[in-house]
Design a protein around this ligand. Sequence first.
Ligand SMILES: [Zn+2]
Length: 258
Amino acid sequence: MRKDDLFESVRPKRLSDSAVDQILNLVSTGQLTPGSRMPPERELITSLGVSRTSLREAIRILETLGVLRVVPGRGTWVREDYQRPSLGDTLAWLPNHEHDVLQLFEVRETLEVKAAQLAADRATADQLISMSMSIQRFKDAVSDADYEGMLAADGMFHEAIGAASGNTLLAEMLNGLFSLVQSTRKALIAIPGRPEAILREHIAVMEAILSRNPRTAAKAMQTHDRKAEEAARTAISAGHVVGAADVEKVSKEEQKEV
Ligand SMILES: [Zn+2]
C-alpha cells in the first residue's frame, strides 16, 4: 500500500471535527513546526473551541502517536523528530494492523543490528555517555514504575545507538521507524517483567559497544529486538495489544507487579 493511499484513507472529511484533527492540521500545515511549543491549555481551549477534557485526551493521543512530547509541569512540544509522512502510516496502521506493526519490527531489527555493529566501531565518548545515561534513566524509571520515563529512556538509548552508527541516513531511518511504533512500544512496556528485561538487554548492548566488539553488539541488539517482537506477538495473540486509550489503565494495573 502506498503512503498517500494510507494517508487519504484515514484523513477525516472535516478537519475541524475533533481536537486531534485540529492539532494535526496545525502541524501538517506548518502552523506548528517540529520542536515548537504548544500554546497554553487555556488558549488552546478557546482557539480550538473544545473542552478541557477533549483537549487533554487529544494531547495524550498525539503523544502516543509520536506527534507531541509532554513534559509534566513544563509544557507540550511538537516533537522535533516528528516527520509528516509517518503520520498517515501511524494513524492507519496502529489500531487494526498488528501484522504491519510486526513487519515494522522486522525492518527495525535489520537496521538496528547494523547500527549496533557500526556503533561498536564508531561510537564517540559523548555517545557512549548518552547511552549509559539512558540506561541510568531507565533504571530509575523502573524503580519508580514511571512508564513515560521508561519510554523516554528507551528512545534515548536507541537514538544514541543510531547516532553512534555514524551513518546519518541509517539514524534517520531508525528515528522514523521508531515513531511509527510508539503506540506498540507503550503497550509492550506495560507487560509485567518487560521493563526489567529491556534494562538487561540494553546493558548487554551497551557492554558490547563499550568493549568495541561489533559482532557481540550486533547479536545483543538482535536479541533485544527479537524479545520485543516476541512480546508483541504474545501480546497480540492474547489480545493484549491495547489501543492507546487503554494503555494507561494497563500500566496502572500492572504497576504493583513491576
Ligand atoms: Zn530498547
